[in-house]
Ligand binder design. Structure first.
Ligand code: CP
Length: 324
């Protein structure tokens, strides 16, 4: 495994093996010294052209727990401001000596472009490209459901809200269905992609009708600019039809989970009270993000790097603590 660009690159056994590795790194994260020397001497750079809290910080935490060195690139204080191109920026960073580039960019396809420029010399991880994909989010989301329920097989997962502009929705649909779940997209027609040909999903415009059959209600962030684009009449109207309120939670199965990739708009797609209910696993998603990203970096740069994901036995022999 050289890169992680898309969930489409992963089979069900691949994802299951990543989840097993995530179990090991979750165990490391609980230790008094949550650090192992697995990636000592490796250098990882964060190339974020878009804002991020969860993804960037959890990748950084993951790299530190694996003893990797890290470099942070900030667009706002870089030579991008002087007009330096993406290609020149990437080749400049490579010349400094890096083993992996974790990239977030507003344009779909940029991680693939970077991987092509680097011709296999550096691993590339897609940390979110435009409206296209966010594979590590899907890995941590599916891991969280598996942690709560044991398996995704036969589960009914509703992805609710702005699917059209959501890279999380695309990656989640691929991961959830690969793991045996059924997915229903629940949104007004204006917030769905113009074509869903090839998407292995059902579609509903009626949240109240679907809610009682869901095992997971996965809310997407409602981006306020969609209102000015006239995709919804008003946020209040959107919340009335698609917001997860306490009243709606009453209609859910007792063991159904509430999830959200963050950042949340409390009071819009999810009420403040619902976000803090015991059935809400939003903070668990964030916590699992660190162990998931440890597993991904370990696979790309550690002993998993020369193995075939999903078929070779990938062990984690270096999981002894760093002794200082
Ligand atoms: N879920 C997610 O990608 O959050 P950030 O934008 O904060 O990284």
């Amino acid at each position: 495994m050289k890169h992680l660009l898309s969930i489409t690159d992963l089979t069900r056994p691949d994802i299951e093996q990543l989840h097993q590795l995530t179990d090991s790194f979750a165990e490391v994260s609980k230790r008094s010294i949550p650090k192992v020397p697995a990636l000592r001497g490796k250098n990882v750079v964060w190339l974020f052209y878009e804002d991020s809290t969860r993804t960037r910080l959890s990748f950084e935490q993951a790299a530190k727990r694996l003893s990797a060195d890290t470099m942070t690139f900030s667009v706002g204080s870089s030579s991008v401001k002087k007009g330096e191109s993406l290609r020149d920026t990437v080749l400049t960073i490579e010349a400094m000596g890096v083993d992996a580039i974790v990239v977030r960019h507003g344009s779909a396809g940029v991680p693939w472009q970077i991987a092509a420029w680097l011709e296999g010399r550096v691993s590339v991880v897609n940390a979110g490209d435009g409206w296209h994909e966010h594979p590590t989010q899907a890995l941590l989301d599916s891991y969280t459901i598996r942690q709560e329920r044991g398996s995704l097989d036969g589960m009914h997962i509703g992805i609710i809200g702005d699917v059209k502009h959501s890279r999380v929705a695309r990656s989640d649909v691929l991961a959830y269905t690969a793991l045996g779940a059924e997915v229903t997209l629940i949104a007004p027609p204006t917030l769905l992609p113009p074509s869903l040909a090839g998407w292995p999903v059902r579609v509903s415009h009626d949240l109240d009708a679907v809610l009682p059959s869901l095992d997971v209600a996965y809310l997407l962030r409602m981006q306020k600019e969609r209102m000015t684009e006239h995709l919804v009449p008003s946020l209040r109207e959107y919340t009335a039809r698609y917001g997860l309120t306490l009243r709606r939670v009453d209609a859910m199965r007792e063991d159904a989970l509430v999830m959200h990739p963050g950042p949340m708009n409390r009071g819009v797609e999810i009420s403040a009270e619902v976000a803090d209910l015991p059935r809400s696993v939003i903070i668990d998603q964030v916590r699992n993000g660190v162990a998931t990203r440890m597993a991904v970096l370990y696979l790309l740069l550690g002993q998993g790097a020369d193995k075939v994901l999903g078929s070779d036995d990938i062990t984690v022999p270096e999981l002894q603590e760093v002794v200082t």
